[in-house]
Design a protein around this ligand. Sequence first.
Ligand code: IPD
Ligand code: CA
Ligand code: CA
Length: 264
Amino acid sequence: MSTQTALLKVMSDAARKAARGLNRDFGELNELQVSKKGAADFVSAADLKAEQTLFEALEKARPGYGFLGEERGLIEGTDKTHTWIVDPLDGTTNFLHAIPHFAINIALQRDGAIVAAVTYNPVTNELFWAEKGKGCFVNDKRLRVAARTRLDESLIGTGIPFLGHGQHAKFLKELHQISQRVAGVRRFGAAALDLAYVAAGRLDGFWERDLSPWDVAAGHLLITEAGGKVTTIEGEDNVLETGSICAANLDLHPLLTERLKAAA
Ligand code: IPD
Ligand code: CA
Ligand code: CA
C-alpha cells in the first residue's frame, strides 16, 4: 500500500516545489558555462533559494515547527516537539560540475525521533519516502534492502574526505579493509542518495564519517523502514549527533562494522 499520509504529502509537495527551481538552475548552469567563480556563487544562490522554498512550504503547512536547515541553521519553532531537518541540495559538488546526481532531503523529528523522510532526486524523478512503522517506498514501489549476505558479492558506497573536510588517513585505512573484500566500492557524491540506494537494495551497504544531521536523518529512516540496520561506524546509535554512519542489511552490517573496527 503506497498511499501517502497528509504529512508525507506535505513533505513531497515541498520537495517537488524546491526541485522545480533547482532543475531550472541546473539547466541554466549547463548552458551558461559560467566562470568557475561565477558558477560557485550561482550554485550557492540556488541552494539558498531551494532552502527558502522548503522553509516557506513546510511552515505554511505545519506552522510553528522548528526548522534545521544546512544554510540557515536552526530556527526554533513555537512547537518544541517537531523539527524539520533539511538539506535543500545534497550533492552540491556534483551540481556545480553539471553531474546530474543530487537530491533534496527532508526529515521530520518528533520528540527526538525521526518519524518521516523524503529524499527526492529531481533528475530521475525518484521520490524515496518513509514514515515510521509504515514501510519505505520509491514513488509507488515498496522497497527492501538487498538480500545479499556475503561481503564478496556486495557493492558498498562511501564518502571520500575532501579539501578541508574529513579524516583522510583514517578513511584510507577503512577503504583498505573494505575494498579488498567486496565486489566494488562507489563514491557517488550525495550521501542522501547513497542512503536511499541502500534502502532500495542498489547498494548493499554504506559508510561515511563527518556527515551532518541533514545528510543522514532522512536516509536513516528510509533504511530502517526498508528492513536495514543503521548505526555509527563504531556500532552505536547516535548517528545524527556524531555524523558517523554504517548501514546495511542485518547480515552484512556486523561484517562491515567488524572490518571498519579493524581499521581503527
Ligand atoms: C555532501 C555530500 C557528500 C558527502 C559530504 C557532504 P553537500 O553534502 O553528501 O556526498 O561526502 O560530506 O557534505 O555539501 O553536497 O550538501
Ligand atoms: Ca549534504
Ligand atoms: Ca547541501
